[in-house]
Design a protein around this ligand. Structure first.
Ligand code: RIB
Ligand code: CA
Length: 331
């Protein structure tokens, strides 16, 4: 698979915690001509920082990608300890998928420095795509606030207007580092939330994932294994990683936003209590008592994805990877 971004492609920096679905997102971003991946910043989250960096380098090998700078950032959140997600992504971070070690080397600079250099050198404003806990982005914004002058917007996979996954109400990336998410929201950079409302919908049918995993395409084998990843939990039960394209959906949103229903909504991150890490999204159409009586300050507004044309993103994802023939002919 060659990485051939079109001249008008969107300049993008990915921040990842590769991870089963981060891997799918990286493969999609590299394959889509409308996306120009300038670099990849790594953070601890689904796995340790070292695993995330190695997994990312190995996925670049799978994509036969050109040299794309990859750098390591934070190895834990701003306040919270690092907490493993091995129960979802396995100890390796790539579930049961085994990939050969990569000969690629990560940059010697931190990912915060890498992002700063890439943003300041870009002739066009850069889109930051955060697919992980937002610790690196928060550190970038605190250390180099002027970078906002050449950032088009921040697209983040995270949050939810309804149910959580890490807790009853909080999504993993925001829950892992709530302060970082609050700092990013407060940055003044236009922000787009690709949360669980849509993340939890875009799933490849298991029969398609199984067919890819056992098909002739080496890329299809990797994608099929990632989509259909099953991890034995300590209890011996398998946790189905249900075929969700996960983080890759946030990249689909870059190139096909019309498949989403979105709204500009007031949004803040809850930083205390059981709801810590919850994204509070105000969907009311009229101010309530909290506003009328001046009980709350201003909330930042973000563009929030509320619904998605699932079939459209399933086909976009597979077609972009050259795997669309695995789908039944569209009706
Ligand atoms: O809640 C899902 C998010 O947490 C995804 O980005 C997944 O990779 C994990 O980082
Ligand atoms: Ca992720």
């Amino acid at each position: 698979m060659t990485h051939s971004a079109a001249p008008e492609a969107i300049p993008v920096i990915l921040d990842v915690d590769t991870g089963v679905d981060d891997a799918l997102a990286i493969l999609f971003a590299l394959a889509h001509p409308g996306i120009n991946v300038l670099g990849i910043s790594c953070v601890a989250g689904n796995a340790s920082l070292e695993r995330v960096v190695e997994n990312t380098l190995r996925i670049l090998d799978v994509a036969d990608a050109p040299t794309i700078p990859v750098a390591a950032g934070a190895r834990r959140p701003l306040l919270e300890p690092a907490r493993s997600a091995a129960h979802v992504h396995g100890e390796s971070g790539l579930g049961t998928l085994q990939l050969a070690p990569s000969d690629r080397q990560a940059e010697s600079i931190s990912s915060i420095e890498l992002m700063r250099r890439l943003i300041q050198a870009s002739p066009h404003p850069v889109t930051l795509v955060a697919l992980a806990p937002q610790t690196n982005l928060a550190l970038l914004l605190r250390q180099y606030p002027d970078v906002v002058n050449n950032i088009e917007r921040i697209v983040f996979m995270g949050g939810s207007t309804t149910v959580g996954n890490a807790t009853a109400v909080a999504e993993f990336n925001v829950w892992h580092d709530p302060e970082a998410a609050a700092i990013v929201l407060d940055s003044g950079v236009p922000t787009f939330m690709y949360g669980l409302d849509v993340f939890n919908q875009v799933s490849i049918p298991e029969r398609v994932a199984v067919a890819l995993a056992h098909g002739d395409s080496p890329l299809g084998h990797v994608v099929g294994r990632l989509l259909n990843n099953r991890i034995a939990l300590g209890s011996g039960r398998n946790s189905d990683y249900t075929g969700l394209i996960g983080d890759a959906g946030a990249l689909c949103a870059l190139v096909d936003p019309d498949a989403l229903e979105t709204a500009m909504l007031p949004l803040r991150v809850q930083l205390s209590g059981y709801g810590r890490g919850q994204t509070l999204v105000d969907k009311r159409t009229h101010p309530g008592e909290d506003v009328v009586h001046g009980l709350v300050g201003d909330w930042e507004a973000a563009e929030v994805a509320l619904d998605v044309d699932v079939d459209r993103y399933v086909r976009l994802f597979l077609d972009t990877l050259g795997l669309g023939s695995a789908l039944p002919p569209s009706k």
